[in-house]
Design a protein around this ligand. Structure first.
Ligand SMILES: Cc1cc2nc3c(=O)[nH]c(=O)nc-3n(C[C@H](O)[C@H](O)[C@H](O)COP(=O)(O)OP(=O)(O)OC[C@H]3O[C@@H](n4cnc5c(N)ncnc54)[C@H](O)[C@@H]3O)c2cc1C
Length: 330
């Protein structure tokens, strides 16, 4: 079993997990990336704010290039889900991946978040076409002067609408049939920014001819927009570490220090699952810090292999028999 003990298990193969893979491979660490294949970056039609790509870059292409870069140094992404994570008394983590178990000295959680989506037909296609968007910081510049609807029930909708006011004077805040939970002060801010509020009446959203048409079924009112921003919030994919007693913030994001260390010894986190600006560059930066901290933590122990160029990343066939696991905090 000791020769099958990983230095690191990277959970998630989005921009954070793949950046960590590039670094860990170049640090010649014995590690594995396991990815369930639902990166938010895969939904990006074209990113224009990611530095280094003056013509923009499509999310799936960026992911593909990063995986290829990691592969060149011997890293290997296994498609699958980590369904359980525990920590033994000796500090070794044991992860369950599609029924098999992996023992590892450290874990990097790079599992991201899940957007809460409005419920209407054709949503995935609308996201791919850039008709429904999620992040004014990412692509607000691309809606300059357009008519923009923002879906949101509370202050997240308000903040997105106010943010997008930089790019358009034609902003409507929609609650899709639910009451808007804004304070009097927040309502004043909306009014003084010239943002229209459509509350309670919109019950269905449909797409027609490359435009978003919001149907107000109850009163016959009908609105159409060039673009709709969804500001319904998101959920952190941190359920794996709840059983470890790892400190999470009020939104379920992993709390980390400046080295991306969580409150559980040996567990690191990077990317959207950590409370920060949910951006590719941030995910990459945090992953670079985490991978380096992991390497430094393990440095001093013998390198797993001496031969240069040898593949250090494990294939699924090499997953180990890790012995009995204990769940919960050590
Ligand atoms: C439509 C859209 C447009 C965007 N545009 C931009 C933009 O232009 N610029 C920008 O900087 N950012 C943009 N973003 C944000 C950007 O996509 C995220 O900040 C980035 O993807 C975060 O990377 P991550 O690695 O933390 O998480 P993710 O990319 O979400 O990757 C997490 C990965 O972990 C996997 N995973 C989760 N749980 C498990 C598990 N238990 N086992 C195995 N694998 C697991 C998931 O399946 C997923 O593949 C956009 C987001 C969206 C939705």
């Amino acid at each position: 079993m000791p020769d099958k003990l990983l230095d690191c298990l990277v959970v998630g193969g989005g921009p954070a997990g793949l950046t960590a893979a590039i670094y860990l491979a170049r640090f010649r660490r014995r590690f594995q990336v396991v990815d369930a294949g639902r990166s938010r970056a895969a939904l990006i039609p074209t990113s224009h704010n990611h530095a280094g790509f003056p013509d923009g870059i499509r999310g799936p292409i960026l992911l593909h290039r990063m995986a290829e870069q990691a592969r060149r140094y011997g890293a290997h992404v296994v498609a699958g889900s980590v369904t359980q994570l525990s920590r033994r008394e000796d500090g070794v983590f044991v992860a369950t991946v599609d029924g098999q178990r992996i023992a590892t000295r450290t874990v990097l959680l790079a599992t991201g978040i899940v957007d809460r989506e409005p419920d209407f037909p054709g949503l995935p296609d609308a996201i791919r076409r850039g008709l429904v968007r999620h992040c004014g910081i990412c692509d607000g510049y691309e809606v300059l002067g357009e008519s923009v609807g923002v879906i949101g029930h509370g202050s997240s909708g308000l903040h997105e609408a106010l943010f997008l006011r930089t790019y358009s004077s034609n902003i409507t805040l929609l609650s899709l049939g639910r009451p808007l939970t804004l304070s009097a002060d927040e309502r004043d801010r909306v009014t003084s920014a010239g943002i229209e509020v459509v509350e309670g009446s919109v019950e269905q959203v449909v797409i027609e001819n490359d435009r978003i048409r919001a149907l107000a079924l109850r009163d016959g009112d009908c609105r159409s927009f060039d673009v709709l921003y969804s500001a319904l919030g998101s959920d952190a994919r941190s359920e794996l570490v709840r059983g470890l007693g790892t400190q999470l913030d009020g939104k379920g994001c992993v709390v980390t220090d400046e080295h991306q260390r969580s409150s559980t010894d040996g567990l690191f986190a990077a990317g959207d699952v950590v409370r920060s600006l949910d951006q590719i560059s941030v995910a990459m930066g945090q992953a670079a810090i985490a991978a380096t901290a992991i390497h430094n933590r393990l440095r001093g122990m013998a390198l797993p292999r001496d031969a240069a160029g040898e593949t250090l990343s494990f294939s699924p066939q090499n997953l180990c028999d890790c012995g009995p696991a204990t769940s919960g905090p050590p």
